[in-house]
Design a protein around this ligand. Structure first.
Ligand SMILES: [Mg+2]
Length: 386
């Protein structure tokens, strides 16, 4: 007999803010906002003490500080969050290899086949939360369900530091939820649903499918299935889906190919450093631009073999940039990311690219030297490249 399908969604509580409070006792018990102070900065995380003031992550920092002027603003320490995240994810992997990370602090785990070893999904959720607390001093919340969708919704229901078990009757459990809790329904889409008389999941469960298709397109049926607790999506283990990226929103829009290329180079360098630190190489390179009108454009290139050095990542980005409209455009965000990750091996090909291998070795040496001296490695020489 197949084991009962059990999916966990585990989400750290106010992750970045909690790490800051853990590392700095002076911040404990206080409203803390993690994020920059620049005019366009957004809140990356808000501690639970800040939330009663209506502050939440992704809110513009200026607005958050208006609502909660007594909050302490802390610059993000991304490296530290990544370290803690790595410990948390290694705890997840004690219980199942099927871990799909959604961000540094959030993952789906398929523990269906782990139950004979570790107990039911709910027991596993309790155990791994205890492990996380013991190893990191931080709390997490979890949802336990037979589907990803229900598990994700459930993890949010008893935050912070709670576990929510979704009963077999998923549809009934979901029925009273307001429609804005539906996956993909943000504040922007909510009025469309309300206009159709869809205020709760129950309304969506019983709505006429023809009405849904007419008003929402084919997605309308997908929403109805989810509301009824039907979700066949599998948990996809990380290595295949993982990506490493760097991006930045600028105080002032960028104009012109050269200034954008210069930012791409900085990102390529950061991405390369993180690949090398983890002994990884990547096959896909993605450039992302957000224009002043907030439209997004991405270009993805697949390389002949995995790379990890700044030069190769940068060269791929420059080729992509060549196909992206830049003349007369204002760009507010530039991002570079890589995926298709595999362990870095020295010679991957019958006809190895010796020049690239040399660059990779050089970067690894620079990285090691930088670590010793704490110096930042810059790569001004690459700026002259096309
Ligand atoms: Mg979280």
């Amino acid at each position: 007999m197949l084991p009962k399908r059990q999916i966990l969604h585990v989400d750290m509580d106010a992750f970045f803010a909690s790490v800051e409070q853990r590392d700095n006792p002076a911040l404990r018990g206080k409203p803390v906002l993690v994020g920059g102070l620049g005019g366009r900065s957004v809140v990356c995380a808000a501690s639970y003490e800040a939330r009663p003031f209506g502050v939440h992550s992704a809110m513009p920092m200026a607005e958050a500080r208006r609502r909660c002027p007594q909050a302490v603003v802390v610059e993000p320490h991304r490296g530290r969050y990544e370290e803690v995240s790595a410990s948390v994810f290694s705890i997840f992997r004690r219980y199942t290899p099927l871990v799909e990370g959604l961000s540094l602090d959030e993952a789906f785990l398929d523990v269906s086949c782990s139950q004979s070893l570790f107990g039911s999904g709910a027991e596993i959720a309790l155990r791994l939360r205890a492990d996380i607390y013991e190893d990191t001093g931080l709390t997490a919340s979890a949802g336990v369900a037979t589907t990803k969708f229900a598990a994700k919704i459930a993890s949010d229901m008893n935050k912070p530091n709670g576990v929510t078990l979704v009963p077999e009757a998923v549809a009934e459990f979901l029925s009273t939820l307001p429609i804005r809790r539906m996956w993909g329904v943000g504040p922007k889409q909510e009025p469309r649903f309300l206009a159709l008389g869809l205020r709760t999941f129950s309304d969506l469960q019983t709505a006429d499918p023809r009405l849904l298709i007419r008003a929402l397109g084919p997605e309308g049926l997908r929403y109805q299935e989810l509301a009824r607790g039907i979700d066949g999506r599998e948990v996809i283990a990380d290595a295949a889906s993982k990506s490493i990226g760097a991006e930045r929103t600028y105080e002032e829009d960028l104009r012109g190919r050269e200034s954008i290329a210069a930012e791409v180079l900085l990102h390529a360098e950061r991405v390369s450093r993180r690949l090398l630190e983890q002994d990884l190489a990547a096959t896909h390179v993605v450039v992302k631009l957000k224009y002043a009108d907030f439209s997004l454009l991405t270009r993805r290139r697949t390389l002949r073999e995995p790379v990890s050095d700044t030069g190769s990542i940068y060269a791929s980005c420059i080729e992509s940039l060549g196909q992206m409209p830049l003349e007369g455009k204002r760009v507010r965000l530039v991002g570079v990311s890589v995926s298709g990750l595999a362990p870095w091996v020295r010679s991957r090909s019958l006809f190895p690219d010796h020049a690239r291998e040399k660059r990779e070795r050089l970067e690894q040496a620079l990285l090691a030297a930088g670590k010793k001296t704490g110096a930042r490695i810059t790569r001004a020489t690459l700026l002259g490249r096309p």
